[in-house]
Design a protein around this ligand. Structure first.
Ligand code: NAD
Length: 385
């Protein structure tokens, strides 16, 4: 994917006289020029990916395309994958670990950070093991499956003097930075109402070739111990996140309803669909849905003097949208590359990661998710705590 520099951004999107695209502010990371780029003299941030599944492959491509990171190591339980990745990404044998000998990474000065991309229920174990090995950690969303797990992960990182980030890829995406700005700066006044949804229709679960098949032992998303829940954990977290960062507020109470289960055989442990409503201190309400039974990818915010919306909104993009002032059109970026570069720039300078991507942020999402499940089970309004 084309890397966005200030020049290519201007050329491609014709910002300036006669530009038809509405661009209000350019995110700071897109405004670096060759002249004002931070002159890193030291090595790149060396990353080890832990868990080599689907999303790790996307991250590997992002790291390859990045300016400030290098894919230096891998952690996998499958020897065949180790061989394949070793050749594909030129990874030295000494930087390849399995889940048993992983703790030896403590002795490996070549690795600065471990990126945990295993099933949600294993984020805690690998985050804590990485922290104890003195490595910074990025762990995928959702941060973990319980509040206690999140708290233990935060403590382990603090105790071992390493930093913990959550892989929130949309926190660097220009369209999302813009909706965050529109909401938090009250460009159209106070946002009163949000609608957000993310879902996809899974393959026919009875199809033995399906990638979402309960008989497939790799389908950890259907196993509550490994996933923590269904699409709320996997996709709903994006609706919660977007509502929180557009409003700049934390939900105080939630109500929720589980959707119809069309396939009880498959969805015996985790939900198939769920809708929920979040109340915020300003009085704003966010109405959200997530499902693995239908496709949806939308965000809409209604404010006192206007509105803004995206569709597609929360997936890998490219995103499209509009506000009362016109189209919302921003450069298409490689989300994983940008996330990695932005985190690396901070860690390479030994600075503190910003609050909006740390473990405390991940913990807030899990508190909301807990409250949503409780509201769905009890049929009551639940206070988020
Ligand atoms: P996946 O099934 O494709 O990969 C999971 C990996 O974990 C596999 O390599 C598997 O071998 C390994 N693994 C280790 N122990 C395992 C166990 N006990 N059971 C099953 N697998 C085990 O899943 P994925 O889609 O890559 O998701 C991994 C993580 O990344 C999840 O936390 C998920 O929420 C997150 N994710 C994030 C995004 C994003 O956009 N940020 C997108 C997809 C997935």
């Amino acid at each position: 994917m084309e890397k966005i520099t200030r020049r290519s951004f201007v050329n491609k999107f014709g910002v300036g006289v006669g530009a038809s695209v509405i661009i209000t502010t350019l995110p700071s990371f897109l405004s670096a020029t060759e002249e004002n780029k931070i002159p890193y003299t030291r090595k790149k941030l060396n990353i080890a990916l832990c868990g080599l599944g689907n999303y790790a492959s996307m991250l590997a491509e992002g790291i390859q395309a990045s300016e400030y990171c290098q894919l230096a190591g891998i952690v996998t339980g499958t020897p065949a994958k180790a061989e394949k990745w070793k050749t594909q990404y030129n990874i030295p044998e000494k930087n390849i670990y399995n889940y048993q000998n992983f703790d030896e990474i403590v002795k490996n000065k070549d690795i600065d950070l471990v990126y945990v991309v295993v099933p949600n229920g294993l984020h805690k174990e690998f985050t804590i093991r990485s922290a104890k090995a003195g490595k910074h950690v990025i762990t995928e969303k959702p941060m973990a499956i319980t509040v206690k797990d999140c708290e233990e992960m935060i403590k382990a990182c603090e105790d071992n003097n390493v930093q913990l980030a959550i892989g929130y890829r949309l926190h660097y995406e220009p369209t999302h930075l813009e909706i965050k700005r529109l909401g938090q700066e009250k460009v159209f006044g106070q946002v009163r109402f949000i609608e957000a949804s993310l879902g996809y229709k899974i393959h026919d679960p009875l199809d033995t070739k399906s990638t979402f098949n309960k008989n497939d032992r790799n389908e950890w998303r259907l196993n509550k111990k490994l996933s923590g829940g269904g699409p709320l954990m996997d996709l709903g977290v994006y609706c919660i996140q977007a509502s929180r960062y557009v409003l700049g507020e934390e939900p105080i109470a939630v109500t929720a309803q589980l959707g119809k289960v069309y396939n009880e055989q498959i969805f015996s442990e985790t939900e198939e669909s769920i809708s929920w409503q979040m109340e915020f201190p300003s009085g704003a309400v966010s109405n959200c849905t997530t499902s693995v039974n239908f496709n949806t990818d939308r965000f809409y915010a209604s404010a006192d003097e206007g509105s803004f919306e995206l569709s597609p909104a929360l997936s890998y993009g490219p995103f499209q949208g509009k506000s009362t002032n016109g189209p919302l059109k921003f450069p298409v970026i490689n989300q994983q590359q940008t996330q990695m570069d932005e985190i690396a720039k901070i860690l390479l300078e030994n600075k503190k990661l910003p609050n909006h991507i740390t473990g405390e942020e991940g913990l807030k999402d899990i508190k909301v998710i807990n409250a949503i499940y409780k509201a769905a089970e009890t049929g009551k309004k639940i206070i988020v705590q």
